[in-house]
Design a protein around this ligand. Sequence first.
Ligand SMILES: [Zn+2]
Length: 380
Amino acid sequence: MIQYTLTPEPAAHLWRICLSFYSKDNRPLQIKLPNWVPGSYLIRDFSRHVVGIEASCNGRPAVLEQVSKNEWTVENQGGEWQIHYTVYAFDLSVRGSFLSAERGFFDGACLLLRVEGYENRLHQITFPQLPENWQIATTMPVTGERTFQTTSYAELIDYPFELGVFETLHFEACGIPHRIVLSGHYRDFDRSRLLGDVQKICAAELEMFAGTAPFQEYLFLLHVGDNIYGGLEHTSSTALLADRNSLPAHGMGEPDDAYTQLLGLFGHEYFHAWNVKSIKPAAFAPYRLDSESYTEQLWAFEGITSYYDDLFLARSGVISPEAYLKLLAQGITRVQQGKGRLKQTLAQSSFTAWNKFYKQDENSPNAIVSYYQKGALAAL
Ligand SMILES: [Zn+2]
C-alpha cells in the first residue's frame, strides 16, 4: 500500500506530507509529481511548489537526487520507505491546492507524489490532524476515520478534496445521492431553488444515458467568491468556482444571466462524467502527466459538452425555449465575430490547446478559434 499522511500548516499555506510504502525491489526508485492535471491542458509545473523533500529507508536517511523539475530518484535495496515533503498551497483555482486558516482544497495531481511502477497498488490518504471543526468533503471511498483509499494512482488524483467548515445540500436524481458542498462567503439565497434546478438538470442528463452513471454518488464542490468562475471535471465529483452573486436570490423569477451561467456550469461538469472521463481520447488512456498529451479531439469532448450544457437547461425546464435560443444566438455570434475561425480548424484548435487556447494574448481572437464555442456549433 502507498500511504500519504497530510498535515496542514494553514497559517503558512503549507501541506506537510509523508509518503510511506514498502519496496521489495532491488533497483532505484523514481518519484514524480504530475506537470498537468487531467481536464486542463496546460503545463502547470506543480513541482515548483515543493519547498522541501527528504527520504529515509528503514529509519536511515537516504540521498534523493533530483533528475528533472518534477522527478527524484534514490538508490534502493528494499525496505520501509518514507518520503517527507512540503508543498506550498495558495492557488485559488480548481486545478491547484489551497490552504488557509479558513479552508483547504486540493486536486491530488498537484500534491501527491507518484512512485513509478507502483501505480496499481492501493493508495491511502489520511489526515491525522485537522483544525477543530473542519469537515472533509470528497467522494473518495472512506476506509476509516479521516482515511480514504483508492486502488490506483490514476484514481487517487481523480478525487478533489474540500476541507473546512462548509454547508452541505443533498438531493437525489434517478435514485443516486448527490451533494452540493458550498464554501466561501455568501448571503442567504434560495437553497430549494438551487437544489430543484440542479436536480432537474442532473435527472435530464442521467435520462439521456438511460440512467446509467459512472458513479454511485456525486459531489459538486462549489466555492463562491468575488469575480471567480471555472470548473474541473472528475468521474464522481467536480470542483466549481463562481461569483457569490450568481446564487439565486429568494423570489427570483426567470433565471438571470449569472444564475443561468452557474446552472450551465453545473450541467457542463456533470456531463463530463460521461464525456471525457468515461469516453476519452486514446491519448488520455492512460493520462501521461509529465508532458503534453496531444489530441485533435478536444472539440468533441468540450464542444459536445458545451452544446449539451445549454440544451439541458431548456430540456430540464429550468430556462424557457426562448432563453435557450438567445444563448444559442450569442454562441453563434461569438464564433462568427472572431477571424480566428478562418485560421484554425477544430482539430488544429484542439491539438494546439497547450500553447494557444490556454495561452491567449491580444492576438488570439485573430489567430485561434475556441474548440468549446465552435465545437458546440459543430455538435448542434
Ligand atoms: Zn469542459
